[in-house]
Write a protein that binds this ligand. Structure first.
Ligand code: ZN
Ligand code: ZN
Length: 849
């Protein structure tokens, strides 16, 4: 029999679906485990890079299920968003229709990869049965003061015709379409995430099973800092300007002040100034710059003098008040004290505009001279020329200054956050309508909860004209005011799609519930999610918003936990080479026009040399590997094994077509091996090599189990390749019973990676029950043990002890056994090991000092 992957894969996909193997009754007790892959945006074209995420999750799910876990693995669709609307404009197809057909395609793709989800729990965020609960949550948050409307400067993408979150602006351009982002003042809806800044920051400490990198990114985003607010009197206005500083110990060195052009005191400051018109025109220019440009390292720091002064409350000096483009109104107090001697940005600004510099910190063993400084001294040191704290070290000087500020009543110690409130308004159609009504008499009126959902009208023309199509839909906009019955107007903003994904993880437990957002009892039993899997691109926003909303739900009494995801794994990207043509502006070249010869790439026809570039897969770079062709040719099992074998799953990995062939060869080898084993003579099981095979088998069970649970899928597969070789060697001379036993173990261990072919072979071996329903093998420690060896241990060349270790022990493990041996340890006390020497099979020598 030959390995007919098409027939086999179709057969088992049907069997699993018919048997509803992934279906979980969440109401009955069991050893519950909640696995979750981030739900995808249904763009309609999944490539092998996307596949990595889902294949990884499925391998882990199958393994956990076989270990006896009652594992829940649901899937749904993050189905609102801009591409659907852009497709509507471009192709005249309704966003809903476009989305639904993409969902169908992607679902089919999941099936073809052999991925098992509990489809009875499928959700789609664009379904009114789902988004009505976004609206309900919004109203609950509105009642609690956590949703509010405010005028705010926003990033406006002229291409997408919508507001963008700061995170969607990359180097001043729209993340999605690349248009240059402009600033606009608009009335917007916000979620008050800043109320939770401290809890979101401190909660990160408990997430020990999250990648450190993600925790750091979140911590930086929240940006907690400690310092002080201080009032600086401004004689000309009779008032004062409040600044925030994390270095109150440098207050005596503050020689000027910089205020955001948007600061509310600016009009009063420039009132009556002879330069007023010039200053106002400068302000207009700055407020048109994107905020990211204003604060970027590269961007020029520009300022203009207001002609007014503040008084440094400590030095008593007059400080010129400047306006600066790099001071943003929403950070800190919108005004800063400038200490050019001890802050590099202030130093550069002072040099540029010839402002005074005053040294107030002396680094250890160094004398700073303000006139000679070439850059700011930003480190710690001893306070000088600062009467209140003279002679104190920085760590001591900061609290002493805060105490003095508070004593004088000119400010107080303060913790501040970089995190801003979450702007959730979008001026687009394809999202959840914000359930609010404007009434001339009653003002802002929430839609009564009984009237939810506020459904999106479907009869909307998509013209691509400016603004939101909803705003031009008269019967949507016109509504009776729920309070006075008069004529009202609906809010036409829709919600950021990150709202949809901020709580979907709870909805899977009761996806069709029409009476409440979710079933709290079930959610509290199954959550937090035991294992969450998704891309690193969600390290900040999605995960932060989900953690925020989880806390809101906690405070509403709906969930008992504050962190929705106990473990997080971020898979790496899959890359592939594409080709650029340097003679044509480095354009990407379609593969059909590329000719590979002599290890280089050339443009067909013209013969121009091309440059190969390994990057993220993208249609526009012609380097996408579509799963369809691959599965057609080699089968889904081959794609799965290759995808997991290519590299450690958290690392970026370059796709190689030759590598795929290797994975296919391995599966064919397992196929042939089964035939070989079946044809072996019955014999007895004391043939030569039996012990070695048993040992290898148990070692492999142990290795694969541990590696799977640590996401080391690539090395788990290597261990399986070794085991298949060992069985093959044994089969040359051995007997059937032992070979069969090891082969069955191999099939079970290989099942999470190559589920179809292993099911098929399992059935051929005469089993009635499906392999997915079998129990995961358990390694027997006694059978795993290698013959042991005695190794002499020397310290500085003198024999100090002897240890007994298994043959084939890893070197690092051997060293640690040797160093902890009682007799040896005595000679290591108080010394440090500078070198470890290992003569395999004989001795270890530890060189100490
Ligand atoms: Zn855009
Ligand atoms: Zn009214």
């Amino acid at each position: 029999m030959s390995y007919d992957h098409k027939q086999i894969e179709n057969k088992w996909q049907r069997r699993w679906a018919d048997a509803r193997v992934a279906h979980v009754d969440v109401t009955t007790e069991g050893d519950e485990l909640y696995m979750l892959n981030m739900f995808p945006y249904p763009s309609g074209d999944l490539h092998v890079g996307h596949g990595r995420n889902y294949i990884l999750g499925d391998a882990l799910y199958r393994h956990l299920r076989m270990t006896g876990k009652k594992a829940l693995n649901p899937m749904g669709w993050d189905a609102f968003g801009l591409p659907a609307e852009n497709a509507a404009i471009k192709r005249g197809v309704h966003p809903g229709e476009w989305t639904r057909s993409n969902i169908d395609r992607e679902k089919k793709q999941f099936e073809r990869w052999g991925i098992l989800y509990d489809w009875s729990r499928e959700i789609a965020s664009c379904h009114p049965g789902y988004y009505r609960w976004n609206q309900w949550l919004f109203l609950e948050m509105y009642e609690r003061g956590l949703a509010y409307r405010a005028e705010a400067p926003v990033n406006w993408c002229p291409g997408c015709q919508t507001v963008l979150a700061n995170e969607q602006v990359l180097e001043g351009a729209c993340e999605r379409c690349g248009s240059e982002v402009a600033q606009k003042q608009l009335s917007q809806w916000f979620f008050r995430i800043t109320d939770y800044a401290d809890r979101l920051d401190s909660g990160l400490d408990s997430l020990e099973h999250w990648p450190e990198k993600v925790r750091t990114m979140q911590r930086n985003w929240i940006g907690k800092s400690r310092g002080a607010d201080v009032e600086f009197p401004v004689p000309s206005t009779g008032g004062s300007i409040r600044i925030y500083t994390t270095r109150p110990d440098t207050l005596y060195g503050a020689t000027f002040m910089v205020v955001a052009p948007e600061h509310p005191d600016v009009p009063a400051l420039i009132e009556g100034s002879s330069d007023r018109e010039e200053i106002e025109s400068w302000i207009r220019d700055v407020t048109n710059q994107s905020q990211l440009d204003r604060i970027s390292e590269a961007g020029g720091k520009e300022g203009t003098f207001t002609g007014r002064f503040a008084i440094n409350p400590f030095s008593g000096d007059e400080m010129p008040i400047w306006l600066g483009n790099f001071v943003l109104p929403q950070y800190g107090t919108g005004a800063i004290m400038s200490v050019p001697a001890h802050d590099q940005r202030d130093f550069e600004f002072a040099k540029k505009y010839d402002l005074p510099i005053r040294v107030v910190i002396r680094p250890a063993g160094e004398e700073l001279d303000a006139a000679e400084l070439e850059e700011a001294w930003v480190g710690e040191g001893t306070a000088v020329d600062s009467p209140v704290i003279d002679g104190m070290k920085t760590a001591e000087a900061i609290p002493a200054m805060i105490a003095e500020i508070e004593k004088r009543g000119i400010g107080e110690g303060k913790v501040r956050y970089r995190l801003r409130d979450w702007l959730i308004s979008r001026q687009r159609y394809w999202g959840t309508p914000i359930p609010m009504i404007y009434c001339d008499d009653c003002g802002l009126v929430p839609v009564p909860k009984d009237d939810l959902p506020v459904e999106l009208p479907s009869d909307v023309p998509f013209t691509g004209r400016e603004g939101n199509p909803l705003a031009r839909h008269e019967s949507f906009v016109a509504v009776d005011c729920p309070e006075c019955g008069g004529a009202g107007r609906r809010e036409t903003d829709t919600m950021d799609t990150f709202v949809d994904s901020s709580w979907y993880w709870a909805r899977y437990l009761s996806p069709r519930d029409e009476t409440r957002i979710f079933d709290s009892d079930l959610v509290n039993r199954w959550l937090p999610v035991d294992q969450y899997i998704g891309g690193i691109e969600h390290a900040i926003l999605h995960l932060l918003y989900a953690r925020f909303i989880c806390r809101v739900l906690h405070d509403m009494g709906l969930v008992t936990f504050e962190e929705p995801f106990a473990r997080l794994f971020n898979q790496g990207m899959i890359t592939k080479e594409g080709y650029r043509d340097p003679s044509r502006n480095n354009q990407w070249v379609p593969l059909d026009d590329v000719e590979l010869r002599d290890g280089s790439a050339w443009r067909k026809g013209s013969g121009e040399p091309l440059v190969a570039d390994v990057t993220k897969m993208s249609k526009s770079r012609f380097n996408v590997v579509a799963p369809d062709e691959l599965i057609e040719r080699y089968g889904a099992d081959t794609e799965r094994v290759y995808t997991l074998f290519i590299a450690p799953p958290e690392k970026e990995a370059a796709w190689s077509d030759e590598g795929v062939v290797g994975a296919a060869r391995f599966l064919r080898r397992v196929w042939n091996l089964t035939e070989e084993v079946e044809s072996l003579p019955e014999g007895t099981d004391d043939a030569a090599g039996t012990d070695a095979l048993v040992r290898k088998t148990h070692q492999t069970i142990d290795a694969v189990t541990r590696r799977l649970e640590r996401f080391e899928m690539n090395t788990a597969i290597s261990a399986l390749m070794e085991l298949s070789n060992a069985i093959g060697d044994y089969a040359k001379t051995g007997a059937r019973p032992r070979a069969l036993e090891s082969l069955e173990v191999l099939l079970k261990l290989l099942h999470p990676f190559a589920p179809h072919v292993t099911e098929e072979l399992w059935e051929r071996l005469g089993h009635q029950r499906m392999l997915i329903d079998e129990l995961w093998p358990v390694a027997d420690e006694a059978l795993m043990a290698e013959e042991s060896l005695k190794i002499a241990v020397q310290v500085n060349g003198k024999l100090r002890g002897e240890v007994e270790v298994p043959a084939g022990i890893e070197e690092s493990r051997l060293f640690s056994v040797a160093e902890t041996d009682e007799r040896v340890a005595r000679h290591l006390e108080g010394k440090s090991i500078i070198k470890r020497i290992h003569v395999p099979g004989r001795l270890v020598n530890l060189v100490v000092k």
